[in-house]
Design a protein around this ligand. Structure first.
Ligand code: AHG
Ligand code: MN
Ligand code: MN
Ligand code: MN
Length: 323
């Protein structure tokens, strides 16, 4: 089986970018170890603190953030980082060529129940004309990502990654501490009978979004004339991994709960990296009215609606929203 770094080298990924990926992978192996140890490593439970977005931070949110932050800031190729758990951008090496945005621990509500959790990351080139360490460095569209991926801490530890040439999955061989290629050049089927959405928010969605989901639930008795199955992990990494593995559609629509915050998932370190992984696997990733990778970010922690997965099903959903 090929290992991660031999695949990256055969794709002619630049050495300094490989260095950044290696750093993220090293941090994720340390996180994976602590996740496996669970209560024994003191990683469960909440802290008294909140992040800038008003979410209570779990111990593992903080531990994972610190591990990634320390290793990335020590990597000479990294110019700056942005994290869900950091208020603002943190500057790294001034000559570093790359920016890393990350969700250190996705699926925080699953930590204490031994459920699926993960780390999501996105890498950009730093921009010469913008001051080092400035937030403006991160105002690039998702289509400018040079690499995106996630590490899923499930029954096995998996890395899904793209550097532009397809999307691949590697499984951590914990006896050797290396990631081995286990799914090469993944291709999503255009059609699907599986959807993932938190339906408890239905009353806050637009009428058109409700109509789309209602028709999925009607199955063979409704206008879609086929049966759909629903799955929800409450961790985007787990839900997107299911879509990458067996196709499907994942949705976190905008809603009217909080007018100042019409969506839940963050563009820079949740929507964009997942969108690149899905598109490079032949899928589609939209944010209701535009392609996610075309969105011009305005703020570090901005949130967007997410509809991604099997291309024909995403189109079907968008056709309801355009009615
Ligand atoms: P995070 O744990 O990084 O804050 O992200 C949580 C996100 C995402 O993982 C998931 O899709 C969604 O929140 C789950 O939301 P619900 O609470 O609505 O299930
Ligand atoms: Mn969070
Ligand atoms: Mn998250
Ligand atoms: Mn998180």
């Amino acid at each position: 089986m090929k290992n991660l770094f031999s695949v990256l080298r055969s794709d002619q990924v630049a050495d300094d970018l490989i260095q950044v990926i290696e750093t993220i992978v090293d941090a994720s192996k340390e996180i994976a170890f602590r996740v496996r140890q669970g209560a024994l490593a003191g990683v469960l439970g909440s802290t008294q603190d909140e992040n800038i977005q008003g979410e209570t931070q779990k111990h593992l949110d903080i531990i994972s953030n610190q591990l990634l932050k320390d290793l990335l800031l020590a990597c000479p190729a990294v110019a700056a980082i942005a994290s869900e758990e950091e208020d603002t951008v943190v500057a790294g090496t001034s000559t570093g060529k790359y920016l890393v945005a990350f969700d250190p621990l996705d699926g925080s509500s699953n930590i204490d129940i031994n459920g699926q959790i993960g780390t999501i990351f996105s890498i950009y080139r730093s921009q010469d004309l913008i001051p080092h360490g400035s937030e403006l460095q991160f105002q690039q569209t998702g289509s400018q990502q040079v690499c995106a991926g996630y590490v899923l801490y499930g029954p096995s530890t998996l890395l899904a990654i793209t550097t532009g040439k397809g999307t691949r999955c590697f499984t951590l061989d914990s006896t050797q501490g290396i990631f081995l290629l286990t799914a090469d050049l993944i291709q999503l089927a255009p059609q699907t009978q599986e959807f993932a959405i938190n339906t408890s928010n239905a009353r806050f969605w637009s009428e058109d979004m409700r109509a789309y989901i209602d028709d999925l639930v009607l199955g063979e008795t409704g206008p879609r004339q086929k049966r759909f199955n629903m799955r929800w992990n409450a961790a985007m990494v787990g839900d997107v991994h299911r879509v990458l593995t067996r196709s499907g559609i994942f949705l976190y629509p905008s809603d009217s709960r909080n007018p100042k915050q019409p969506a839940k998932l963050r563009l820079l370190y949740e929507a964009n990296p997942m969108a690149l992984l899905i598109e490079n696997a032949g899928g589609k990733a939209w944010s209701e009215s535009q392609r996610i990778l075309d969105i011009q970010p305005q703020q570090l922690h901005e949130r967007v609606a997410v509809i991604l997965g099997s291309a024909d099903e995403v189109d079907e959903c968008l056709s309801y929203l355009r009615r």
